[in-house]
Design a protein around this ligand. Sequence first.
Ligand SMILES: [Fe+2]
Length: 615
Amino acid sequence: MDMMRVFGLTWVAILWVCLTLHGVASDDHQPLSKIAIHKATFALHDLAYIKVTPPILGIKGGNSEWVTLDYGHSEPTADDWIGVFSPANFSASICPAESPRTYAPLLCTAPIKFQYANHSNPKYKETGRGTMRLQLINQRSDFSFVLFTGGLSNPKLVAVSNVITFANPKAPVYPRLAQGKSWNEMTVTWTSGYGIDEAEPFVEWGPIGGERTKSPAGTLTFHRSSMCGAPARTVGWRHPGFIHTSFLKDLWPNSLYIYRLGHSQFNGTYVWSQNYKFKSSPYPGQESLQQVIIFGDMGKDEMDGSNEYNNYQRGSLNTTRQLINDLENIDIVFHIGDICYANGYMSQWDQFTAQIEPIASRVPYMIASGNHERDWPGTGSFYGNYDSGGECGVAAQTMFYTPAENRAKFWYATDYGMFRFCIAHTEEDWREGTEQYKFIEHCLASVDRQKQPWLIFLAHRVLGYSSSEWYMEEGTTEEPMGRETLQKLWQKYKVDIALFGHVHNYERTCPIYENICTRKGRDYYQGPLNGTIHVVAGGAGASLTEFANFQPRWSLYRDFDYGFVKLTAFDHSNLLFEYKKSRDGKVYDSFRISRDYRDILACFADSCPPGTLAS
Ligand SMILES: [Fe+2]
């Protein structure tokens, strides 16, 4: 039976099934959720075709390659489109309905990307012919391409392509570094197609120019049954592969290391990745130049322009590009929630980890969890919405390592030289009396400020101050029960800066406590801050959020554009804060803090315990 016939029969078998993507989407953010495959009909057309070259990708070892599509249709329409499916001969299994808004039976596979047939062929509608280039990444499976007519909302399948594949679809890919549980441990997490019954994963590493050693890696994966609902459990499901993490221990401070990913196969052969390098963390309290990037809500985007149904994440590639260009001047990155907006379409996690690989393979890429990673009704998330598309935190907590005591809970502390970072999880309860509240207090209280003067609080949703339209229309400037609960901790422990995402813009406040600016000035603070500076840095990629017309007095700078924040500690007394736009990497807002240890000890409005009159 030839390949086309196999595909034809598979599609016939599949497409009589009424399936749905429509209505299960938790929001309008994920472009793949726009495809109403539930209405798809099978209409293979003799005069329609689609061919893809080259047949084998990554022959030289690469994990990303451009392919060329040639296609034609005797009855072309303006909304003909092409879907890319992987695996090529995908599962025809039937999923049960997982949400009250979906109806069984359901097909379990969405395309991994799509593009309109006339995208780079303005005359397609007249000629019925087109060519297109798409970028594919190694995602552990082969690929097929399907030409649909009838638009995204009423698709009719008219042609299926040949199958193409990467030379080694199982190759170890997309390493991401993260700080371990102690300052002298770096973790390397990567994805492969090798389960533990096929090969042993490890990292070969050592100081540059020095002896190399091998450290074993643990292997995790998760299953459709690990997902909490649709589409993650239905059409968005795609096997995530095997996620390996190795712990590189006893590192020397501020030192350069080289590493590569390996799999020792049971037949005695090895599979290797390319070489990568990283710089280890400074000893906590150590004085050296320390440069930190912080942003939220970056999302992913496609270099080939695919999936941009509503142009949702156009800032993402610009932010990624700026960080790559400035990588020599970056020591660690914090992506504080709303990571890739996969929203239950699991293929998108591979594409995101591929997008950030140049960054995450070089410097620790620390994540926080947002609504698009965690929220799902009836699963203990603080907000009972559908924003995670059924992932309920499982994908994020497996794809990325965090030094959390319990990776499902997503709050953790991490030190970088003169910085202490306390990362909260706004998708779980933080109020007084909760486990998370205790963690936050302990994280803030347990740092020696003489050694680590720069105390930074990070969380996804705005628990501090934002004058975005969303909040101010509700008559507030934060998530309910945000700062009412936490400001006494920020004040007592003298948090310097609290940064948040979720709101897709940039805003910076004065040093503030209980709605009152505690210091005058905009760009230079000498001596005690007396309050905490609050920053919204949620404009790294996802579509922008409007500000309210009214700008409160505490709001010193607002920017309706894509951007990210950089903190530079020069020493124990001098910190530079910069906000850069993603479009050009230039600084548009900045301030400096210059102060000594005694300024941190200084008491101001509830920041010290009551003293005694005795002397
Ligand atoms: Fe969010």
